[in-house]
Design a protein around this ligand. Structure first.
Ligand code: MN
Length: 262
């Protein structure tokens, strides 16, 4: 089952979240009335009644050597690059259930990408690699679902491939496992099976850029903040899914992430 884990911004909570409003809004805060209430996307923290409020979803591209090659890159030379999905693309799937995942509009080549996802409890700019993991709150198993045909068409035309990556429900994931309980996974099997047949299989240690390196590099381009998450890249052999397919994503030490394409 999929659960919509969204709270509403209350008068108090909204003020801290409304970063762009700045000092002016702060001064007017006590009297401010919202035109409407805005849902806050959250991800549950496993074995607690707490939820993690989502600010931004960052994703690294081509971060496993074989996947980099299959996408036409040289994994030894290319610096990391990143894109974003909208925060409300999160589709939470409770472990032990199979989430119904809607086949999205416009695509005829809808791909799976299984990934380890890191969640930040703090951030900053220009974070050194050796301090990067101190900002990580926890991890989960996620899918970076991709409208590959749209991504490729736009890329071929040198247009932004936003439409291929950033769409509703494009980020299915399980609950967060806190780093202070499980540590920081840097090795272990990662795999994805469709209808029982393994399609993607690798080890977290195969990553070209580690999670720490990703956070450090990202923070050169963006000031990272609590609530941000980072999809850490997918192994080779990404491929299409069709309606009726059941996907099971696995990472050592985490419960399975399972969705059915509907
Ligand atoms: Mn990806």
């Amino acid at each position: 089952m999929l659960h919509s884990r969204r709270g509403l911004i209350g008068a108090g909570a909204a003020l801290t979240l409304a970063g762009t409003a700045g000092a002016k809004a702060k001064a007017a805060a006590p009297e401010a009335k919202f035109v409407f209430t805005l849902p806050v996307t959250t991800v549950p923290v496993v074995d607690t009644d707490e939820v993690f409020p989502v600010r931004r979803i960052y994703c690294i591209g081509r971060n496993y050597p074989e996947h980099s090659r299959e996408m036409g890159s040289d994994p030894t030379r290319e610096p990391p690059f990143f894109f974003q999905k909208p925060a409300d693309a999160v589709e939470f799937v409770q472990p032990g259930t199979v989430g119904d995942h809607a086949y999205p509009s416009l695509t005829h080549n809808y791909h799976h990408e299984i990934e380890l996802v890191a969640f930040l409890k703090s951030g900053g700019a220009n974070i050194p690699i050796d301090q990067a993991l101190s900002h990580v709150y926890g991890y989960t198993v996620g899918l970076d679902m991709t409208r590959r045909d749209l991504q490729r068409e736009m890329g071929n035309e040198k247009k932004p491939w936003e439409i291929g990556k950033s769409f509703d429900h494009a980020a299915p994931m399980g609950p967060i496992h806190r780093a202070d309980k499980i540590g920081h996974p840097t090795k272990g099997a990662i795999s994805l099976a469709i209808n029982g047949k393994v399609r993607q299989q690798a080890d977290l240690s195969d990553m070209i850029w580690s999670v720490a390196e990703q956070i450090s590099k990202l923070s050169e381009a963006f000031e990272l903040k609590a609530g941000d998450m980072v999809y850490s890249g997918t192994p080779a052999n990404v491929g299409p899914v069709v309606k009726g397919d059941v996907l099971v994503g696995k990472i050592d030490g985490f419960p399975d992430l399972s969705i059915r394409i509907v």
